[in-house]
Design a binder for this molecule. Sequence first.
Ligand code: MN
Length: 242
Amino acid sequence: MIDVAYGQATDVGRVRSENEDDLLAAPPVFVVADGMGGHAGGAAASSAAVEEMAALARRDDLDPEQVRAAVAAAHARVRALSRPDGSRLGAGTTLTGLVAVTHEGSPTWLVLNVGDSRVYRLAGDSLLQVTTDHSLVQEMVDDGVLSAQDARFHPQRNVVTRALGGPGAVEPDLTLAPPQPSERWLVCSDGLTNELTDDEIAEVLRVETDPQAAADRLVQAAVQAGGQDNVTVVVVDVAGAA
Ligand code: MN
């Protein structure tokens, strides 16, 4: 098991009446889920996905296939919420984060993503976005018709192109990332990244050494910047070799 310290925070924001985000910070699993769908469907979807991932908590010899199977189980469970009574039609959720697994005998991170929540890694002073959003605006950025900066303000920035709960199977992006000494990970919903630039996020992550203080301060900053959406943050520090 990778030795970590971590913090977590979430806030409904200033506009929404309900927090449809959920999170799990339970080693070796660190994920956020951003639910969507009316009539409490979004909150039910994100909490169902997180509950399914909680089955992996406190396991110290997971392999990537077990994580993939848990994501598939979460997808099936969220999809079941939408069935025929119609009250939760269209319930869906993002599911994004990292899980410590064993791959070829070595402990490593498995970064997973479905949707437009994000994983970032702070190594040294540089913050890198590790996941790629499954969103309409990301496709426009990839096509060269929209800048990453303007994507934050695009009227269709909330349209996701992949989510748990939709028809058919769901294919999560899965990436192995060997742990580095003294690295810091950030898992967050789009309520953070639509309010703060990557530079603003990086500044907080550099200054606040305690992971709980960093998580609290990021969420506070996003709410102060507008709080247009629910905001959820998990910060994970890998113990240094110093
Ligand atoms: Mn959101």
